[in-house]
Design a protein around this ligand. Sequence first.
Ligand code: SIN
Length: 335
Amino acid sequence: MKTLFRALLLVPLALAGMQAQAADYTIKFSHVVAPGTPKGKAAVLFADLVDKKTNGRVKVEVFPNSQLYNDNKVLEAMRLSSSKTTGLMAAPSLSKFVKFSKTLQTFDLPYLFNDINDVHKVVDSPLMDRMAAGLDKKGLRALTVWDNGMKVFSIKGDKPLMNPPADFNGMKFRIQSSNIAASMIKNLGGTPQKLPFKEVYTALGQGVVDGQENAWSNVYSKKFHEVQDYISVSNHSYLGYLVVVSDEFWGNLPADIRKQVAAALEEATAANRRFAAAADTGDRKKIENSKYAKVVDMTNAQRAAWRKATAPVWAEFRNEIGGDLIDDVNKLLGR
Ligand code: SIN
């Protein structure tokens, strides 16, 4: 994604110092999480920066909490939209691109990343452009990646999830629309159920599912911990977002405007990483200090057992994702 920003920055700055005026373009930014999360905050900051950098010529309206669309619907709406003056932008999780990209599934491979630093090595490398390649042919322009954080597992029951498959047997887990997540849950011994994000709290509360996997800020802001008994700090995969816009809208923007919007996005991306790092420790603490789900750390041996149980997922998806790509990501991560 860095490549994209670099290309845009070649266009000369034309808007600085212009008088404020009525918006010529509107970007509707739709997302599904709470405004106080790393994505929610970055979206609002992006809107503010765009307003300043374009002197009001572009207005970004942010719709949090699935108010406008859920993640799957927003991608369809984006692909169908043809307005040159009103564009749809969104930041669905990387897992939700499964219908449009096989290569982006790399991000879902369990235990690919040891931590967020590993994630940034990949996202900031040319491999990211390789993984997002081809989305433009589906009507989606990939702009940047935003963090949430590493995922943890929550469960309602009399003990935390620690030993696969025994602790997962007979348990149903909500997952995103990711085939890799589905396979991962099966390999751990549980049953996966794909559900939209906005249905998760109710599904957990009513026992439609027993548990779920998510980043700390989503667990806290959507109160999942209030209807769960334990959270295992599994850090088994990454929850991050691909910020996308309708390819047609983006291509039709005047080059100077596009450059200003891209510059705003670059600043918002840097801020998003800070918001995510703060949420990772802050929201975990808030959950630990609450009277609800108990947070349970895992030992290296326990984590190794999860890694071993989920290893077959890599073999299952190797051809679909592309063995060369997986090998190159591993090489970049020093494996
Ligand atoms: C999100 O963080 O945008 C939603 C993730 C999920 O569906 O669990």
